[in-house]
Unconditional design. Structure first.
Length: 294
């Protein structure tokens, strides 16, 4: 729908760029409550201790998710200024990607689920970091079929987490209200196909050995239900998982009539392409966002 980019000298400027892009495209800004809204979607945006925090809500001042998600400093490589911001605004989805220190990236995103029949609002909100950023270096856990753990690591990808039900490790929330649990996504450790596990076999096979291209795979969120059942709660419309082995960060690729802008989740590292646990990069795991810029 629309693409905005520019430079920001601090997190307040990043927040303002996001607000300006959204309000230009039909969102409303409640400055008193620091809430962006559109229909049933509400997200509070604050700058706290140098972090941009996002808190999903079901109303301007009510129905908050259990915790915020954030963009800001990692212990290994402090965020440096200025940053380049990229804002993608679609009818029901918003994506923010910042780039700093040449090769580092972080994201924030929120939107409305396309899955029919959810008893909740369908609002989802996510970002690189959860509410309690790792306090020690090498705090990333990310692989082709797993993400996140119980020892204060994060998986800085959209709906990637698959191994922990601890709120302190949660970098996304979905208001499905399935089982009357509101925002709770219901992830838990085990062999259930949630998080990246559902797409893991395909992620592990990319890129294509024949032409070095990466197939774009759906980004989906799930919730574990009673009796070990699983329900799809989010099917993202304008972004896809991919591998970035042979793509440069920010590169625009064309697939048919569509163009996609490619980013690593945090830091591309071809020599450690399969990721790992307690690392300071994200291998060659990344994503592509539908691009409607120049």
């Amino acid at each position: 729908m629309a693409y905005y980019t520019g430079s920001a000298v601090d997190m307040a400027a990043v927040r303002q760029a996001l607000i300006d892009a959204c309000t230009t495209e039909g969102w409303s800004w409640d400055g008193g409550n620091e809430v962006l809204s559109k229909g049933t979607l509400f997200v509070r945006l604050q700058v706290v201790s140098g972090f941009l925090t996002l808190l999903g809500r079901t109303g301007a001042t009510s129905g908050s998710a259990p915790s915020v998600v954030r963009v800001g400093n990692f212990p290994d490589t402090p965020l440096t200024w200025p940053v380049v911001y990229n804002v993608f605004v679609f009818a029901n989805e918003v994506f923010l990607v910042i780039n700093y220190s040449v090769s580092y990236h972080q994201f924030a995103a929120f939107g409305l689920s396309r899955v029919d029949g959810l008893p909740g609002t369908g609002m989802w909100v996510a970002a690189t970091l959860e509410q309690t950023t790792p306090v020690t270096p090498a705090g990333i856990s990310m692989g082709p079929d797993y993400g996140n753990s119980t020892d204060n690591c994060v998986s800085p990808g959209l709906f990637w987490a698959s191994m922990s039900d601890a709120a302190r490790n949660r970098n996304y929330w979905i208001h499905s209200d399935l089982d009357a649990q509101g925002w709770w996504p219901g992830q838990t450790q085990g062999g259930v196909l949630i998080g990246i596990r559902a797409a893991g076999p395909l992620i592990g096979l990319l890129p294509n050995n024949w032409n070095s291209e990466s197939v774009l795979l759906p980004i989906r969120g799930y919730k574990i239900r009673p009796s070990s059942k699983v329900s799809l709660t989010v099917d993202v419309e304008n972004a896809r998982y991919c591998r970035v082995d042979y793509y440069e960060p920010g590169e625009v690729i064309e697939l048919g009539a569509d163009r996609w802008k490619v980013f690593p989740w945090y830091l591309k590292n071809p020599s450690g392409r399969q990721g790992g646990h307690r690392i300071n990069h994200t291998g060659t795991f990344g994503w592509a966002i539908r691009y409607e810029g120049p």
